[in-house]
Structures are given as C-alpha cells and as structure tokens.
Design a protein around this ligand. Structure first.
Ligand SMILES: [Zn+2]
Length: 101
C-alpha cells in the first residue's frame, strides 16, 4: 500500500524570455529557443540568430565565471547597419560558413 499526503511547496522563481528588442531600430520578437537564444524569424523550423557580444571570464576545473556584454540587433540592422559600419572601418566581409547537421 502506498500512502500519500499533500503538502504545499513554496513557489520558486523561473526566468522566462518574453521579448527582445533590437537596440538600434526597436524591432521586437517574442521567439526564443529553449536555450534562450533569440530567434528573429519566429519559426520553429527555421532560425535567424544575431550575436554581437563580448565574453570575459575564468575557467578552472572547479569553477567558472564569466561576464557577458551583448548588443541585441535584428538581422536587418546587422546587415544594413553593423556590416556597413565595420566595412567603413576597413574590416572585410564577415566570416561565412555553411553547416549541415
Ligand atoms: Zn534592428
């Protein structure tokens, strides 16, 4: 025989991603992957991620720590504003690769 009892478990807080706004134009998306990556096209079978960030930290066998500074840019601002700005600074075309899974 299994006996059960009811008890109240204190609520706990979880972080849920609600929306992301482009830092340049204000475009907004509410689409995220389960890992919290912003998916600007909002389609569960296709994605468009834009990542502009700096990460600094430590990596030891017992402990890791990092700080991350990020800009959130929509794909249009990445293509039409960031890339032309970097090119105007003498940077070539962005690195490109195709991946197949
Ligand atoms: Zn934008």
């Amino acid at each position: 025989m299994i006996r059960t009892t009811k008890r109240t478990v204190p609520a706990h807080e979880v972080t849920e991603f609600v929306s992301c706004t482009c830092d340049l134009c204000g475009a907004k998306t509410t689409s995220f992957t389960s890992a919290g990556e912003v998916n600007w096209i909002g389609d569960p079978f296709n994605y468009h991620f834009v990542t502009v960030q700096q990460q600094k930290g430590t990596m030891y066998p017992s402990d890791n720590f990092s700080r991350v500074w990020s800009y959130h840019l929509c794909p249009t601002c990445y293509r039409d504003k960031l890339v032309p700005f970097l090119e105007s600074q003498g940077v070539g075309k962005p690195a490109f690769e195709e991946r197949e899974y």
